[in-house]
Write a protein that binds this ligand. Sequence first.
Ligand code: FES
Length: 78
Amino acid sequence: MYVCLCVGATNQMVSDAVAAGASTSKEVAAMCGAGGDCGRCRCTVRGIIEATLAAAPTAPANGSLRHLALDITPVGSH
Ligand code: FES
């Protein structure tokens, strides 16, 4: 669904920007353009940011990356 008619940004583009690290409407605008022109969509953009962050797994408060599971296969092993 289109969220921002000024730049033709969709809700998926906004969610992707949040998944890539954006957490404010300004950061989303910098990444995909949504909300960076007339601003009429910023309330919707903020709603998508909140929903995307609420649905994402939470990181520990100490910033540790130990919660991330890595699937690493050594090169040349079969
Ligand atoms: S509708 Fe999104 S900036 Fe104008």
